[in-house]
Design a protein around this ligand. Structure first.
Ligand code: SF4
Ligand code: SF4
Length: 353
């Protein structure tokens, strides 16, 4: 694969050149940590961070998105007819997302773009985006990507992978889209950089000391895990704030709502959370997940068992560690995963015995 060398003193010139062809997004310093946002002309990404506080999923799955619009004014042509809202699909590029987040978006794509069901809003936005990753040489101590199907130099879901190599970046084009971006930026000094990537990858992976065990989840009995005794303890402190689900790059639940102002209205797709009681409340008043134990269990069972069984691509968790770092009561998916995996191991011994 072609590797180019990008001198840091040519970095901003290249980004300026990209502005002619792409809307650029990148991490910038915010009130709390770094956030991924659209860069204004002359604004550049700031990589003085470990990762962004929120994941980049909003690039193709906004927290609130208009999907349909309608008029209730009988004097207007087409009144009372829903019309599709097609957002701004100008090509865009995310410059400097972490590899774990790129894999996470590839997992979201498994849900939003299937044979039976296609979400046009996700698909159009995902396809309009070129994903440029910045390899992660200094992970959080709470990152556990290497045992969650991922890693600091993981390439899945990326079009270009960059690594910071002192006074320059090395950039590896992983797709035609990625090559087109490097060409547009004028970053075309080809070098033999595969060895540097390999050495830096090994060094970065050695820094990931936090791990999870997932080997027993696939064969575990679903009902046995669902009925395991530890859910009471796991959920005890949870306040169902939903922070974990909103921060998580792989959580995809949403709700559809209509809003009417005067005689015009719109239909919105909004992030929702399995941690909220209203999420599953039926109009009859019945709620199949009416207790916090049920809701907390659902979150972990979905990520670590149902998804594993359905897609056979590992867990619905890339090990970014955001949920554990931000949970106000310190509920840690690594501990829950270990409980589930250990329970599955005991259960299989009992069954075999
Ligand atoms: S962030 Fe923590 S307290 Fe809030 S819903 Fe998630 S697990 Fe519960
Ligand atoms: S560590 Fe938490 S926030 Fe990150 S992918 Fe896994 S479940 Fe989501």
């Amino acid at each position: 694969m072609k590797v180019v060398k990008i001198e840091k003193n040519r970095w901003e010139t290249g980004l300026d050149a990209l502005c002619d062809a792409y809307r650029l997004f990148g991490p910038v310093k915010a009130k709390e940590g770094h956030e991924l946002k659209e860069l204004a002309q002359g604004e550049f990404p700031d990589y003085n961070m470990l990762n962004t506080r929120l994941s980049p999923k909003a690039i193709a799955f906004p927290q609130s998105e208009d999907i349909l619009e309608f008029s209730l004014d009988p004097n207007e042509e087409d009144h009372h007819i829903m019309k599709e809202v097609v957002g701004n699909l100008t090509p865009r590029a995310v410059i400097g997302m972490r590899p774990c987040d790129a894999r996470a978006l590839a997992l979201l794509d498994l849900n939003f773009d299937t044979e039976e069901y296609k979400d046009p809003y996700w698909i159009r936005a995902y396809e309009a985006t070129t994903f440029v990753g910045l390899a992660c040489d200094n992970p959080y101590t709470s990152c556990f990507c290497t045992t969650a199907g991922c890693g600091p130099y993981h390439e899945q879901g990326l079009d270009v992978l960059l690594t910071d190599n002192g006074d320059h970046y090395l950039g590896k084009a992983l797709t035609d889209k990625g090559q087109a971006l490097l060409d547009s930026a004028g970053w075309n000094e080809t070098v033999d950089g595969e060895g540097v990537f390999a050495d830096k990858q090994a060094a970065a992976e050695a820094k990931i000391v936090s791990t999870i065990e997932t080997d027993k989840l696939r064969d575990a009995d679903t009902l046995a895990l669902h009925g395991a005794p530890f859910w009471e303890d796991v959920s005890f402190a949870c306040i169902n704030c939903g922070t974990c689900t909103f921060l998580c790059p792989t959580c995809w639940c949403f709700d559809i709502q209509d809003e009417v102002h005067g005689r015009s209205g719109k239909r919105l797709k909004n992030w929702d959370s399995c941690m909220f009681p209203l999420f599953t409340l039926h109009t009859t008043g019945h709620n199949p997940r009416g207790t916090k134990l049920q809701r907390t269990r659902q979150r972990f069972m979905h990520k670590l068992k149902y998804f594993v069984d359905k897609y056979e691509t590992g867990t619905m968790c890339v090990g970014c560690g955001r949920c554990g770092r931000q949970c106000p009561v310190n509920i840690d998916i690594r501990k829950v995963c270990d409980l589930m995996n250990s329970h599955a191991a005991i259960d299989s011994c009992v069954t075999e015995g």
